[in-house]
Structures are given as structure tokens and as C-alpha cells.
Design a protein around this ligand. Structure first.
Ligand code: NAD
Length: 354
């Protein structure tokens, strides 16, 4: 074996109805005196409930999808002018993303309480949108110091959003199998994550109030994000990044639609990934396993239904070919990518390419 692997320094806590006390503990360990809470207005009630015992000095509720630069700048000013010493973010990936943008320039530590399966809380990746384009980067200071996971906070996440969000997490696992820094350690995390996310999501769809299912999926989404942070962005993430940036498509749903097509594209040339993913689904092949899972959870299936114009396919293909990782298992050539994106646009079934 020949590989290097880096483990990111972060404490995580899994709680069941225990987020209130855990948040107090984590803030105390960081010596927080002026905590700035970041949560969307739509999640005010949930945030109030979680930090009812925590000493919050500043409430910041302006959060927007994909962290527009002007939104990040206003949050940074609020933190600086009001002397925040710790950031507490309670919400989905957009909320965590805003806390990361503030940490990027201020160096403030973050305590994260995720309420979706995005996994952003377990990565050192930040993203900011400026002039219609999303810039991303890797920076140790944006990694939350601690994360409080409590699946009871996710029961309010509507089923279609839960499905899309958990497929975003599943995409972290699948893409980790062939991403630039993929290694046996992060592939092991990714395989276990696929098992937990798929089992948990099936339970959520069968009974949306079942906290056990949410917990399984949340645990899997943490492992998935750890794998992704370690392995880096593979072809799947590059495609979603291009499409999301060009057509302002919803993040989690775009991942959900693209994933089966990238798996079908790469699996014939990635036998180790194929075997691990198939085993995680308990299926004879990775593509069949994912396809049966998608049918059971009624996953979103076409870019067309997400609002992508057909006329945009050609320009997208060219950007994808330029952005693709050079060592992707299947060569990323224009004609094959065109087929992939068109099939995703139409919502056709993904078939392994030869
Ligand atoms: P989001 O944070 O925008 O949340 C989607 C919607 O769900 C919002 O309206 C939100 O208020 C609502 N919501 C969240 N939790 C809820 C709950 N428990 N109950 C009811 N409603 C709830 O979307 P997301 O899918 O969580 O995150 C997507 C963002 O995260 C994107 O900007 C993406 O780029 C980023 N992301 C970053 C990383 C990273 O490593 N940096 C990883 C994954 C995603």
C-alpha cells in the first residue's frame, strides 16, 4: 500500500434530544463570552429552542443559499463590530456556509448544529458566490471546532428536502471512491456511509417522524463528509459545480439527479469502487443498487424539472470537460459528457458506459 491520509481535528457529539446542554458545554469549552448565533429566519423557533440555555450575545439571521459575498460581508461586519468571540450556527449547509465565510476572515471558532444532511459542518471547504460564480477553497480555520448532531432537530425537514439532502450526502461517498485523494481509509468511511444513508433514508420515507431513520442518515452524512473532505472533489462534484453555477440550480437536487449518471459513467473502469458500492447496497452491481434505492425513495430525476434550459447543455459540457479531474477512471471526453448531461437533463435511466 502506498497512500497518505489526513484526519481533520474536530470533536463531534451525537445526542438524542440533548442538543441544548451539549451546545452549552461546547461554548464553555471554547471560553465563549460573546457568542454570535447564525440561523435563518425560517428556523428561528428551532434555533431559540436549541440555544435556550446558551449565552447568545448576537443574533444574525440573514442567510442566503450559496453564501453571496454581500451577505458574508454583512455577517463579518456584525461579528467584528459586536466583538463576537465564537460562532454558533444552527441550520442547513447554507447557514454553516455563512459561518465558515465569517470564520475565513475573522478566525473565529465555530460550533455547528446541523439540521440537514449536507455535511458541510465536517469539512474544511468554504464557498462564496460573487457575480454569479461560486468560488470555493480549502482552509483549516473554517472547519467547525465541534459539531453537535441531534437527529430530533431534523424531524421538521420535509421528506422531499430530506431525500435530496441525503442524496447530496450519498454523492459525497460515491465521489470519494475516485476523487483525487481517494485512499483506502476514506473509501472505508464512504462505504459505511452509503450503508447508513441508504438504510436511514428508506426509514425516513416510510415514516417521516421516525427519529431513528433520521439518526442513521445523519450519522451516514457525517461519515460521508469526512470521506469527501479527505478525498476531495471528483467528477460528480465538478459537474454539479458547473451546472449549479451556470443555471442557479438547487444544490441538493442537482446532486441527486447527476449521481446515477456519474456512477454509470465511472463504474466500468473503477472495479474497487464498483465492488464497495455494490456491497454497501447489498446489490449485485453498484448501478443496480443505486437505481433500486432511487426507485424506493422517489428521488428527483431530471435537470429539466429543476429548470435547466436544454440550450445550455453544450456550454455546460465544455466547462465540465475543462473542470474534470485528470485522473478520472473513465476519460472525460466531450461526446461522452454530452450523453451524460443530456440523459440527466431528460431524466433517462443511467446505464453503465463501456
Ligand atoms: P440549505 O441550508 O439551503 O437548506 C435548505 C432549506 O431547508 C432551507 O430553506 C432551510 O431553512 C431548510 N431547513 C434546513 N434544515 C431544516 C429543518 N431541520 N427543518 C425544516 N427546514 C429546514 O441547504 P442544504 O442542502 O442543507 O445545504 C446546501 C448548501 O450547503 C449549498 O450552498 C452547498 O454548496 C453547501 N454545502 C457545502 C459543503 C461543504 O463541504 N462546504 C458540503 C455540502 C453542501
Amino acid at each position: 500500500m502506498r497512500f497518505s491520509h489526513e484526519t481533520l481535528p474536530q470533536r463531534i457529539r451525537f445526542e438524542r434530544d440533548g442538543a441544548v446542554d451539549a451546545v452549552v458545554d461546547e461554548l464553555r469549552l471554547l471560553g465563549a463570552e460573546r457568542t454570535m448565533l447564525i440561523a435563518t429566519r425560517s428556523q428561528t423557533e428551532l434555533a431559540q429552542q436549541v440555544c435556550r440555555s446558551a449565552p447568545v450575545a448576537i443574533w444574525h439571521q440573514e442567510v442566503a443559499m450559496h453564501v453571496p459575498l454581500e451577505v458574508a460581508d454583512r455577517a463579518r461586519r456584525a461579528a467584528e463590530t459586536q466583538d463576537a468571540d465564537v460562532l454558533l450556527c444552527i441550520g442547513g449547509g447554507s447557514t454553516t456556509g455563512l459561518a465558515k465565510a465569517v470564520a475565513l476572515t475573522t478566525g473565529l471558532p465555530i460550533v455547528a448544529v446541523p439540521t440537514s444532511f449536507s455535511g458541510s459542518e465536517a469539512t474544511n471547504v468554504w464557498g462564496i458566490t460573487e457575480g454569479g460564480a461560486k468560488r470555493t477553497g480549502v482552509e483549516p480555520r473554517v472547519l467547525p471546532r465541534s459539531v453537535v448532531y441531534d437527529a430530533s432537530l431534523l424531524v421538521s425537514l420535509p421528506v422531499p428536502l430530506s431525500v435530496a439532502s441525503s442524496l447530496n450526502a450519498l454523492a459525497h461517498c460515491v465521489d470519494s471512491m475516485w476523487a483525487p485523494r481517494s485512499n483506502p481509509v476514506n473509501r472505508m468511511f464512504a462505504g459505511e456511509a452509503i450503508r447508513s444513508i441508504s438504510a436511514g433514508t428508506l426509514m425516513v420515507v416510510a415514516d417521516p417522524d421516525d427519529v431513528d431513520g433520521r439518526e442513521q442518515a445523519l450519522y451516514g452524512s457525517h461519515l460521508a463528509a469526512v470521506a469527501f473532505a479527505s478525498a476531495g472533489s471528483g467528477l460528480h462534484h465538478k459537474i454539479c459545480h458547473v451546472l449549479g453555477g451556470m443555471f442557479n440550480l438547487p444544490h441538493a437536487e442537482t446532486h441527486a439527479v447527476i449521481l446515477p449518471h456519474v456512477l454509470a459513467f465511472n463504474s466500468p473502469n473503477a472495479p474497487d469502487a464498483e465492488a464497495r458500492i455494490a456491497a454497501a447496497f447489498g446489490s449485485p452491481s453498484a448501478v443496480d443498487g443505486l437505481s433500486a434505492f432511487y426507485a424506493a425513495i422517489r428521488a428527483p430525476s431530471s435537470l429539466r424539472s429543476l429548470g435547466m434550459p436544454e440550450g445550455g447543455i453544450e456550454a455546460a459540457v465544455q466547462q465540465i470537460v475543462r473542470a474534470a479531474p485528470p485522473d478520472n477512471p473513465t476519460p472525460v471526453v466531450e461526446e461522452a459528457v454530452e450523453q451524460l448531461v443530456r440523459a440527466a437533463w431528460l431524466g433517462s435511466r443511467a446505464h453503465p458506459h463501456d
